[in-house]
Design a protein around this ligand. Sequence first.
Ligand code: 3H9
Length: 678
Amino acid sequence: MSSPISTEIQGNVLVITSDNPPVNALGQAVRQGLKEGIELAAQESGIEAVVIKCDGRTFFAGADITEFGKTPQGPSLPEVCDAIEASDKPVVAAIHGTALGGGCEVALACHYRIAVPSAKLGLPEVKLGLIPGAAGTQRLPRLIGAEAALPMVAIGNPVPAAKALKIGLVDQLADEGRLAGDAIAFARSKIGQSIPRTSEGTANQDGVKNPDIFDEFRAKNGRKMRGFDAPNAAIEAVKAAGELSYADGTAKERELFMKLMSGNQSRAMRHYFFAERAANKIDGVSADTSLIPINKVGIIGAGTMGGGIAMNFLSAGIPVTILEMQQEALDRGTGVMRKNYENTAKRGRMTMEQVDGAMALLSPTLDYGDLADCDLVIEAVYESMDVKKEVFAKLDETVKDGAILASNTSYLNIDEIASATKRPGYVLGLHFFSPANVMKLLEVVRGKETRDDVLATSMKLSKKIGKVAVVSGVCPGFIGNRMLSKRQEQANKLIMEGANYWDVDDVLLEFGFPMGPFQMGDLAGIDIGWHRDPTKVTTVREALCAAGRFGQKAGKGFYDYDEARNRTPSDEVKQIIADFASKAGNEQRDISKDEIRERLLYPMVNEGAKILEEGMSQRASDIDVVWINGYGWPLYTGGPMFWADTIGLDAVVAGLDSHGLEVSASLRSKAEAGERFN
Ligand code: 3H9
């Protein structure tokens, strides 16, 4: 097989080029080729400098993740990086696209870095539950200081080239499109000068002079890092870069790296990395299906959901026409959208020009006729089949042929909605999650007649608006809410049997969810869907509403809230629950946290198995993607199905059996056969 690395001598400069699509991952052949390139430079006396560059869309995007967990094949990346740095001829990294992880480490091992303005550099290993393993944690702080290195290593977000230049991570910016030429000229200009080696840098002393930066960083980012092992290891490694020699520091990094690599968190997060990418592929729909151009989007309903959905498209530069029935509702809805944008600008994440630019793409209307030339219309009206059918019949009459008609329903039957039109092939569900401008998940609901190009267009569009899309079949609640209802059912039963509702919430918090079901109820509003008759009380929720306990917005719901929205369990609610339990003749008992956890989570796994069995989800990993992005399932466990694999399907089945809960045929047979979902 030919090597992905080629070399070319241009005068006195050796240009080493990698061509390993799609992202120039640093697999064995690439590492081998790089090492040989550096050896060639050492041997040839005519070569006085070296440039390392990549063809294709990006500089090295990191180690080849598919090699992880397999027997290592030399040369290792640390060896290659050390060989580059040891070169006595100046080596320049010429960076475009993304220099990530091992790719950034290669760049750090080079003596100089030159990048085009659109390039980004970063160490995203924490997002895979790891830390850099080719001396990135040791070279980076020595080059740019521990304080600047900490967010890059422990949070993992890449920095754009301009910022990289400012913090000293790159030496010069090249002209877009002239990178190779600029890099060669830059390399020539360094011939004969003393060679700066990153491992010998001293910027890391900032952390020794001011050791508080590490605790301050931990305190500032505690919420983001909660439950994850890798960020703490990353902080420890960066700290070690200031305290230890380079050799001892890299040994420390290796020890931390190896421990993380063999742990469950990294396994789970690597599973998620590939799961997110797999979710974008649709069974039976070819990757080269021709797409429907989407240049204008219509949204029906300017409420919280409609407005949030519209913002996704406006932010991506796609014009939106938003329709309401009354002028007042239209004004209110568009006002809220502007306010949301302005709040983002206040937090520095947008400029006021960008706010105005996004809002200028919005056309509010009361007239269906204005939707006629839209390429996609998304309906976000009241959840009633009759209302939805009426809207779709009207859309069918008004909107041009070939346009996609989508419903944002969270549980209604898409096939029935599609039957209200003469073009069911162009109808599908696009289920956004609230707040729709923030939440990453998009369930793309495939009706029985939905055309391939309609699906493929929706998946592509989801990427453009920054969503993670998962295809679901038509079933009540689709993938996410269908599983949620099983968890809620158990949560409600548990509190009737004697579990404290705050213990139920705390079990999920301890598991890694941002909040539990009762906190979630308080946040969303207990009165959603309430009949508004305080004399009609048949459920705990209705009793709470009758007592004015509408949730956080009322200062009280399941919990009492102070001004800072801290929650305290309420005696009143405890009594309400106890009254209901005694009326129902429920015996009260102490329920352990283990039982609570099993009863909340195992039925979700069982429902996931049924969803797979019925073909409502294409693959188990899609279910994981739904729960991680839509419901706050902790990423470091890999999602419900991967988590079930980790604890063992036999343990899940035994737990369900012991609590007298349903076990689907497929889950039981998988467990008996010792199989996994993923
Ligand atoms: C590391 O470097 C450890 C070292 O410190 C220590 C070593 C000792 N490997 O995302 P896309 C595949 S850890 C293998 O859709 P985009 C991906 O699966 C690594 N495969 O493209 C997909 O395959 P498919 C640190 C990889 O344009 C295809 O490439 N680096 C890798 O939206 C296209 O990917 C990272 O964590 C890889 N490293 O985004 C960076 N990367 O077509 C990970 C991608 O079959 N990568 N693939 O589905 C990324 O963040 C994005 O891929 C990137 C491009 C931003 C580069």
